[in-house]
Every structure is written in C-alpha cells, then in structure tokens.
Design a protein around this ligand. Structure first.
Ligand code: UD1
Ligand code: CA
Length: 460
C-alpha cells in the first residue's frame, strides 16, 4: 500500500548557487518556464507528500514569493545540508520524511514512489536514493557493507583513493523515519574541514545506533542531476524539453519540428492540436482541440479555443474563442478576450480589449481598451485612440457596426449598433444606433490646376 500521503517533504533551497553568477537565487532559475524549486515542490506533491517545507536562506523573500502552497523554514546562515534540515525540525514528527534538494528539477514522482516502496519493503529506517555515475566526481560516494546496506556516505573531499573509485553516488534524496531523524539531527557535529553540518553524517549516526539504512538505486541517473551552473541549467532544460514534448506527442498532439518547438512545463494541450515549427508555448497556456499554432508563434499564458489558427503571431495573456484566426503578424498584448469565428488579420495589435463573435479586423488596426461587439467590421487602418496623453479611455463599438478604413475612434466613445463610419473619419463624439458618421473635409476637384502650375508631363 502506498502511504506517501503521510509523508513530510523537506526541500533544501537555502544555498546561494555561486557558480550561477546571478543576482537571482539559484533555485529560482527556470527550466521550461518553471523555477527549479517549483519543479521539485510539484514533484513532492505529486508523489503524495501531504506537507512540504522549503528551507530558504539566500534570497529567502524572493523564493517565498515564488512558491505557493508550502511552509517555509529559514536558514539564516548556510552551515550545511544537515543544518538546513535542522531548521525544519519543528515540522518533523513520526511521519516519514522525504528530503529533496531545490536544484534537481528533473526528479520525477515515479522515482520518489519507487524510493518509498523500497524503503517500506526493506523495512529501513533511512533509505538513500543513489545512482551509478560514470564520472562520480564531486558527489558523495555510497559505502556499502557486505549485506548491501549503506554503511556511510563519504564526501569527495573526505574520500580516500579507494573510495573515490566507487561509482555509486548519493543523490542527496532520502527517506527517513521522522522521529529517528529528529533524534539523529541533535547529534550532528560540524567537526569536518568545512565546519559544516553534513546531512550525510546522519547515515553514520543511524548505523551507530543499529538502525537500518538502505539504498534504492535508480536506472535513469539523469533524474538526480543537480544544477550548479548555467551549463547544467541548459542541459537540464533540454532534457525537460524533450520529456514535455514526448508527453504531448504521445497524448495526440502533432508537433512537426520537435527541435524547434518549446513548450513550458505548465502548458496543457488537447488532442489533435498541431504545432508547426518555431513556436514557443509558455506559462499556463491551454490549447483546445484541433487548433493549429504556428509557424513561428509565441503563445504565453493564453487560452486558445478549439480550431483556432494562430500564424506568425504573438499572443500574450489572452483568450481566443473557437474557430478564430489570428495573423499572420498579429500582436495580441495582455488582456484580450476574443470571441468565436473572429478574424484578427495581419499587422493588427490589440490590448486589453473584448472582441465579439464573427467580428473582423483584417489588417493594420490598433484596438486598445476596446469593447467590440459581435459582427463588427474594422477596416484597414482603424485606430482606437485610447490615450489622451494622461489617461487611457475605452471605446465601445456595438454589434454589427461597420468602421471604414483609416478611422480614428477617439475615446471615450460609444458607437451604437448597426452604425456605419465613413472612411477617414475622426470620431470624437458618440454615434447613435444605425447612423452614418462622416467627419472629413468635403472633397474639391480643381480643374486645370496641374497644367496651370506647369506640372503636366507631356506624353511622348
Ligand atoms: C550534497 C551531498 C552529497 C551529494 C550531493 C548531490 C552533503 C554533505 N553532501 O553535496 O553527498 O552527492 O549533494 O548533489 O549533503 N543547502 C542548504 N543549506 C546549506 C547547504 C546546502 O539549503 O547550508 C542546499 C543547497 O541550496 C542545495 C542542497 O542543499 O539545494 C545541496 O547543497 P550543496 O552544497 O550543493 O551540496 P553538495 O556539496 O553538492
Ligand atoms: Ca550540489
């Protein structure tokens, strides 16, 4: 039986991450649109942890502002992994305790579940997640006794030449019996050459107390990869990217050029969606059935309805209704709600606007702070003049109105339904329902003017 729901997860994330050379705390660096530590938090939750405590230190506030739904423990000074766990001691009870690091974004819940199973089946008091590394340099090595139990973990700097040959490394991920861990933490010392409290020494303390320590070795050693610099960050990102894309492909999404498609971890895509080359689908975007995205488009934190086609366009924080087409070369800035079967054509920019069903802005239009009804046609070159130099104002264009080419709609303004606005009009006052508004100087033709001015070019 899987009882992980009684498990407390402690995630260590207080370190600075010097080798990132960054203003940002290491664990907030993103892998496929999600901070590394958030990947780890989500992994713990998916594996069934009922409570998660994140130990923060460097950039504590920033880290706390980023992660939702967890508890925090503050480690003011970074005195080692054991010291970090001590800061969370108040949360440790007789529940099982899972210890994770905030810089291992590739870890999966499946692996935690296997670790949990091994822990229970072996009847261990502590179980270490390990892996064989071709190049184990810099990792703690697993020292096993004749029965295969873990006798100790020796850090690289403390290892003798024989121990350095060992390829089985400590992932830094463990399951502990909570009350035993709590006792052992009290006995941790910092009498090593770094003057740190090593969590790895808890293993030795367990053994000294004749508690049993097991190991669960994973096949896919890439999962426990720790990210310490930006090279490793990019390596982790390409592994994660591949994992995400393979997941979508196997769920029924067509992706025509996987090498040139970037989909964030938080994106959801329904089946029979097609993603053409050169697309970025970011944040919490949701794409419904039969939509076609691309080529060369960015979709960020947006909801794309069924059958929508977005071509060569940028869509930010917007909702697009079923069957609507966007682009090529449209720019949807945040805050738009676009209806069904609408058309947002080339070189159309829209922000913070509502745009109704079957409405069209086919080309070269700016819709800012607009409320456009259903069945409206915006001609080429329509501008919603929403800014008076001080404040933004809204323009309301009601159902079935026809706005001619090169019309300026100077907000605040209401254009009543079924109205027509003549091309080239600058509209500065409301237009009542079913009126024609014309506001331009009447045209005058001056006969013979070109000849009089001596500008006429004689035909040869
Ligand atoms: C640790 C393990 C090593 C293991 C390796 C796996 C110890 C002593 N060694 O070494 O056996 O092979 O991880 O990657 O545990 N942290 C804090 N507070 C601290 C120190 C660290 O929160 O005071 C956090 C860091 O932010 C990081 C994690 O703990 O997320 C690991 O710390 P790090 O210094 O990278 O440990 P390693 O030296 O890599
Ligand atoms: Ca590390």
């Amino acid at each position: 039986m899987n009882n992980t729901s009684y498990m407390l997860a402690i995630i260590l994330a207080a370190g600075e991450g010097k080798r990132m050379y960054s203003k940002k705390p290491k664990v907030l660096h993103e892998v496929c649109g999600k901070a590394m530590v958030e990947h780890v938090v989500d992994c713990a939750k998916e594996a069934g942890a009922s409570d998660t405590v994140v130990v923060v230190g460097h950039g504590a506030k920033e880290v706390q502002d980023t992660i939702k739904g967890v508890k925090f423990a503050l480690q003011k000074q970074q005195k080692g992994t054991g010291h970090a766990v001590m800061q969370a001691a108040q949360f440790i009870t007789d529940r099982d305790v899972l210890v994770l690091y905030g810089d291992t974004p590739l870890l999966t819940p499946q692996t935690i579940n296997k670790l949990y199973k091994a822990h229970k089946q072996g009847g261990y008091n502590a179980t270490v997640l390990t892996a064989d590394f071709e190049n184990p340099y810099s990792y703690g090595r697993i020292i096993r006794d004749n029965n295969g139990k873990v006798a100790a973990i020796v850090e690289e700097r403390d290892a003798n030449s024989e121990q350095k040959q060992i390829k089985e490394v400590n992932s830094g991920i463990y399951l502990f019996d909570g009350s035993m861990l709590k006792e052992a933490l009290k006995e941790l010392k910092n009498d090593n050459d770094q003057g740190e409290y090593y969590l790895t020494d808890v293993i030795k303390i367990f053994n000294d107390k004749n508690l049993s320590v097991g190991a669960y070795k994973i096949e896919n050693s890439g999962e426990i990869m720790g990210v310490n610099n930006r090279l490793q960050l990019s390596q982790a990102a390409s592994i994660m990217k591949k994992r995400i894309i393979e997941g979508h492909l196997l769920n029924g999404v067509t992706i025509t050029d996987v090498g040139n498609t970037y989909i964030d971890a938080g994106v959801k895509i329904e089946r029979d969606v097609t993603i053409l080359p050169g697309c970025l689908v970011k944040g919490t975007s949701y794409i419904e059935e039969d939509a076609v995205i691309g080529p060369h488009s960015t979709i960020s934190d947006s909801h794309i309805g069924a059958g929508v086609h977005v071509e060569n366009s940028v869509v930010l924080e917007s909702r697009i209704g079923e069957g609507t087409t966007v682009g090529p070369f449209a720019y949807l800035r945040p805050g738009n709600v676009i209806g069904k079967h609408a058309k947002i054509g080339d070189f159309v920019e829209m922000k913070n606007s509502n745009f109704g069903d079957h409405s069209k802005a086919s080309h070269l239009t700016y819709v800012g702070d607009g409320d456009v009804g259903n069945g409206v046609n915006l001609g080429c070159g329509v501008v919603f003049v929403n800014y008076d130099g001080k404040e933004k104002h809204r323009t309301k264009v009601m159902d079935n109105s026809f706005i001619g080419c090169n019309v300026n709609l100077v907000a605040p303004l209401v254009v009543g339904k079924n109205s027509y606005i003549a091309a080239g009009t600058t509209v500065t006052k409301d237009v009542p329902e079913a009126n024609l508004a014309v506001g331009r100087i009447r045209q005058e033709n001056k006969e013979g003017w070109v000849k009089r001015k001596g500008l006429l070019k004689e035909e040869e």
